[in-house]
Design a protein around this ligand. Structure first.
Ligand code: MN
Length: 232
């Protein structure tokens, strides 16, 4: 047994629907722009290839959890996304082999400090301050692909305090899940435990302390989180 000089940090995990077992999270990857209406609302190039950024694994917030309103921002946005969890990985994974790497699917939120993200972009600086902050990756329980297969369509929604704000369909993904896995595996070696947030449909907007976010991907699952007061 390794003798650590400090206690090792806890393993980040996701719940598995209908099971007491946990899915261990290694890395969180996110796809930048993957629904046409969201690209239009952000004023970006509709024909650009997919690009990726990361969040720390310990940014996960489970279903029913609270996200303390983060520091430094006045414009935190919600981005509801399909989450893909990998049971295996590799490099240069062919599109036709990508589904074989998938353990299951869930629904997550790519919380974004939009003001800081846009400021970084304009200064040509990295996006971490806007994307990779504490509690920035709420994620609901996974549904195993062994139970539900590999859904290519299904309504994806996010409500704030009961009002629908984002409403799309997985069939609107510009780059589908196998294409995302294949492309990402050209950039880094993927491994079991990696999860991928696959991009958000239109309707992103600010969320504030006290808001209840209810997310759902039809056939995959739900996620409810509350935005709380800032940490003191
Ligand atoms: Mn996103």
């Amino acid at each position: 047994m390794t003798d650590y000089v400090i206690p090792p940090p806890p393993q980040a995990t996701l719940d598995v629907a209908g099971s007491s077992k946990k899915f261990p999270v290694r890395r969180i990857w996110c796809v930048g722009r993957n629904y046409i209406e969201h690209i239009r609302e952000m004023g970006q190039d509709e024909r650009a290839p997919p690009f990726f950024f990361a969040k720390p694994a310990d940014a996960i917030v489970p279903d029913g959890g609270t996200v303390p309103y983060p520091s430094l921002t006045k414009d935190m946005h919600h981005e509801v996304e399909l989450v893909v969890a990998l049971k295996s990985g590799g490099i240069n994974i062919p599109v036709e082999k990508a589904n074989g790497c998938i353990y299951g699917y869930g629904v997550g939120v790519d919380l974004t400090r939009r003001d800081l993200q846009i400021a970084s972009r304009e200064l040509k600086r990295p996006w971490e301050v806007g994307k990779a902050f504490d509690a920035s990756a709420p994620c609901g329980p996974l549904k195993p692909a062994a139970e539900i297969g590999h859904p290519a369509k299904g309504r994806i929604t996010l409500k704030v305090n009961g009002q629908v704000r984002q409403d799309g369909d997985l069939n609107q993904l510009i780059w589908n899940v196998p294409e995302i896995i294949s492309k990402l595996s050209e950039m880094v070696a993927l491994e079991a435990g990696d999860i991928i947030m696959t991009g958000t449909p239109a309707g992103v907007a600010a969320t504030v302390a006290g808001d209840k976010l209810e997310c759902e991907v039809e056939g995959i699952g739900k996620l409810t989180v509350t935005i709380g007061q800032p940490k003191k």
